[in-house]
Design a protein around this ligand. Sequence first.
Ligand SMILES: C[S@@+](CC[C@H](N)C(=O)[O-])C[C@H]1O[C@@H](n2cnc3c(N)ncnc32)[C@H](O)[C@@H]1O
Length: 334
Amino acid sequence: MAASQTSLFSVHLTPDRGYAVFANAPIKKGTLLLSETPLIRIHKTHYLNHDVVTAYNKLSPSRQQRYWTLASAHGQDSSRYPDQIYFSVPEKEKKRIEEQHEARTAGEKSILSIFMTNAMECDKGAAVFEVAARFNHSCVPNAHFAWCEGLGREMIFAIKDLGVGEEITLSYCDPFYDISMRRWELQHYGFVCECIACTDIETPGSFGQQSKDRRWRLREIDDSFDVQPSADMKLKMGIEMVSLMAREGLCTPNLAHTYLQIARISADKGDMHTAVKAAKHALENYLICLGKDSEKTKNAEKSLRAFTKQLPEEKVKAAGPGTASGVMKNGVKA
Ligand SMILES: C[S@@+](CC[C@H](N)C(=O)[O-])C[C@H]1O[C@@H](n2cnc3c(N)ncnc32)[C@H](O)[C@@H]1O
């Protein structure tokens, strides 16, 4: 595991979660923790066993050896999964589901089971990264991973301030999923999450119980946001989402995205002061989660600049750093 030690974090074996990643020093949110090229990459989102085996066979013997050290969520109880595939599912998709089910329930780890356990989505495909694969899951993650196609690298950023020895976690599933959807998703990785959002869910007043309601509401709003015709209603929903995410401790790009939506709706309504304030929050959060090179960050920066130009002169001064001129002065731009 020598390659996994950096000045920022170390990888250690835990008693109950396999390897895990821990902060070596206090780390500020927005810090780039890891930038890594793939060990193996498939240029298809819906890959078959054949695609993974073909890519594996092209690896050097030493890379193949390292691949086999990674975790595998095989050996699962098949009764926890449906025993039939819906009749209208296309043949190729049926084959993919069957192959993955077999890999997951087999007694031995396989090239496919390792890939499925560790793969991260890339542009039109998936890849496994030797170090990034060691980060465990939390539904309230303190780090975020994103593929940067321009750099051909997986980037992991701290999205909260981290203390020495703190485990660094990522979310393997959409944080807006409610608890039953998250449990279903995480079952595929062969574990039951015991994070703060997943425990004590029946205890009145506990974080877990409140979280259950909040995530359910987040999903409900997220599902209906785009089809909501009223701008005022959308604004209200956006503000509620931000508040729910803050209470959940979810500082993921969804938060930045929601701020940007609030900014755009406010700008459409002519409320440029709110638009600028919300766009500043969006930019700040995209910078923390995705860094300055991300297209999403650059778009937020563009929106902020556009909205600031429409502010009356005296409000530009009041809005201060982070507005169109502030962006340059404060070095947010590369
Ligand atoms: C991508 S790997 C993460 C690193 C892994 N622990 C290792 O030893 O290499 C995913 C696997 O880690 C374990 N894992 C991840 N998050 C977990 C969690 N919150 N609780 C228990 N096990 C977890 C599961 O076995 C899962 O299949």
